[in-house]
Design a protein around this ligand. Sequence first.
Ligand code: PAF
Length: 296
Amino acid sequence: MAATSIRAQALSSSLAVSTACAVRDLVAGWRAQHQTVAVVPTMGNLHEGHLSLVRLARRIADRVVVTIFVNPTQFGPGEDFADYPRTLEEDRESLERSAPVDALFVPDEKEIYPFGTDEAVRLVMPSLSRELCGASRPGHFDGVASVVCRLLNVVGPDVLVLGRKDYQQLILLERLIVDLRLPVRVVPGRTLREPDGLAMSSRNRYLDAEQRRRAPALHAALERVQQALRRGDADHAALERQAIEELERAGFEPDYVEIRRARDLAKPQPGDTPEELIVLGAAWLGAARLIDNSSP
Ligand code: PAF
């Protein structure tokens, strides 16, 4: 079925709205009844990890809005924007079946970027946005911040629920909210994993059978670094290098493995305890760029 008719069919659901005005009206109605609102932003292709965030949102707010928007401004040239899986009808069904929401906001590009993406007002995120994943994805976090800011302005929630798997995104969006004094509280949700340890991700579908078999090695490598830290090994550079070599032997093309301070992703300072540290990594396996982290 053509993408537009799938979208039209999904939007015919009573839950789905496509305009900023429609979401604002719904939220205004809930607010008039003194109800709290949580938003879970997604790019669709929902898996159990997303659904667990929706269930978390349900536990902490009276009303839950899920947004589905494949945001063009967070993809660089040559990245997978065109190929990113768009599965709106399945997404709507999974939500209805397993994690009911009060509204599903599925805007089109004009609704989010009324002047188009080239002429859009842009946010420039601080230097952390150019490190770790940002070093190989220039502008990625500026795009994420821009769309999340727009979604927050439209929905006006009390709570923003974000996954811990995208840990750098989580820290940068927390920073955005504090810096712009946005009146919303961030609630992080845990990473859901397949039985073999692979973090759930929409991009796992790019893996072929052999790559899928190897994929849990990313998390295993990060966990080994975390365990070494806990045992008191303080040679961070050596631990990072060993993890990179381990990933190369497992058939990955590693982007980075880094030990950082969990609360702000700053480089570790003498005196930071292992409990304060997080190990983050990103690596290519075939067409999939996998990211993961291992926190204490
Ligand atoms: O994590 C994601 O899926 C996206 O980066 C987000 C937060 C929905 C913004 O497009």
